[in-house]
Design a protein around this ligand. Structure first.
Ligand code: NI
Length: 176
């Protein structure tokens, strides 16, 4: 496994609509492994392929990850070609952040619960019904595959402010 660099806003790859994968083969599985390693290292609870500059419809998540005195606990979920096939009418509001927009957080409104159809790590068709944090996470990651960021749900003023902060922060790092 190898860790990949995470792309930050305002890189154009984050606005790109990604292409479906033909099948989950060893190359895609290696990509999923690399993305999980990158996500755990960040650390984050979700990562979409275009955040590591790969424009296919692959995402990884783990909302249960812990690494403390009791050892590491992992519950990774890998998805290829995820598709929302049902959403609840109930709405949930939760604070979201994004590894591509580091240090910025805002409340985002989404359907409280969704069912997602996808291909799993073994290439088998699977379904997941998610609520709470996992529901926000999977919708946030699927948005990435369509070139949509959580800041796109905010006012232009707030969005521009957050993106400017990231640009400024990254310039500061380059100067060191
Ligand atoms: Ni994100």
């Amino acid at each position: 496994m190898s860790k990949l660099p995470i792309i930050n806003v305002p890189d154009a790859v984050l606005k790109q609509v990604s292409d479906p994968v033909g099948q989950v083969n060893d190359i895609v599985r290696k990509q999923m492994d690399d993305m999980l390693e990158t996500m755990y290292d960040a650390p984050g609870i979700g990562l979409a392929a275009n955040q590591v500059a790969i424009t296919n419809r692959v995402l990884v998540m783990d909302i249960d990850y812990r690494d403390d005195e009791n050892g590491a606990q992992k519950n990774p979920i890998c998805m290829a070609n995820p598709e929302i096939i049902w959403k609840s009418e109930d709405i949930s509001v939760m604070e979201e952040g994004c590894l591509s927009i580091p240090g910025q957080f805002a409340e985002v409104k989404r359907p409280a619960s969704v069912t997602v159809k996808y291909l799993d790590y073994d290439g088998k068709e699977a379904e997941l019904t998610a609520e709470g944090l996992l529901s926000h996470c999977v919708q946030h990651e699927i948005d990435h595959l369509d070139g949509v960021l959580f800041v796109d749900y905010l006012s232009k003023l707030k969005r521009d402010m957050m993106i400017k902060r990231v640009i400024k922060m990254n310039k500061g790092q380059e100067a060191l």
